[in-house]
Design a protein around this ligand. Structure first.
Ligand code: INI
Length: 157
């Protein structure tokens, strides 16, 4: 039996990518951005096809993502931020709203939005996931964006 499989690959170098970056916890988020940019570059994406949009924190990411999606200029959006648990419930609201918001834009606009927003319990966990022993979530999000751009093209063809 031969089953048809449709999947993306990582060669969508001609795609356009918008990266939305939260400034909060910048020491972590800048490493996520470095990881994302490095991944796009090493997959052949030209700097001319990448734009960076900065917002105050993860809570503001969904609105910027929505505006960008509405412009219809990009093939995918990569959302980068770091929500680190503190002593108050604020973490719960920011982390829940940011991931819910970007997921909603992805579905409303039929556009890949890669979730590179870290939600972690400690600064140590954030550091581990932003380029040290647990990888770089920014780079992973960029990989996901590349693959989804490729997949969307194949599903539309
Ligand atoms: N924003 C983050 O990106 N990460 C956090 O950990 C965070 N915490 O914990 O407060 C955070 N808060 C700011 C929030 O994103 C908004 O910018 C702010 O509430 C103003 O709307």
């Amino acid at each position: 039996m031969s089953v048809q499989t449709v999947e993306g690959d990582f060669v969508s170098a001609d795609g356009k990518y918008a990266i939305v970056v939260g400034r909060f916890n910048a020491f972590v988020v800048e490493s996520l951005l470095e990881g994302a940019l490095d991944t796009l570059k090493r997959h052949g994406v030209s700097e001319d096809n990448v734009r960076i949009i900065r917002v105050p924190g993860a809570f503001e990411i969904p609105l910027a993502v929505k505006k960008i999606a509405g412009q219809k200029k990009d093939d995918a959006i990569i959302a980068l931020g770091a929500v680190i648990r503190g002593g108050t419930p604020h973490f719960e609201y920011v982390s829940a709203e940011s991931s819910k918001g970007i997921a909603q834009v992805m579905m409303d606009y039929d556009l890949p939005v890669a979730n590179g927003i870290l939600t972690v319990n400690s600064i140590e966990q954030a550091v581990e996931r932003s380029g040290t022993k647990a990888g770089n979530k920014g780079a992973e999000a960029a990989m996901s964006a590349l693959e989804m751009v490729s997949l969307m093209r194949r599903l539309e063809a």
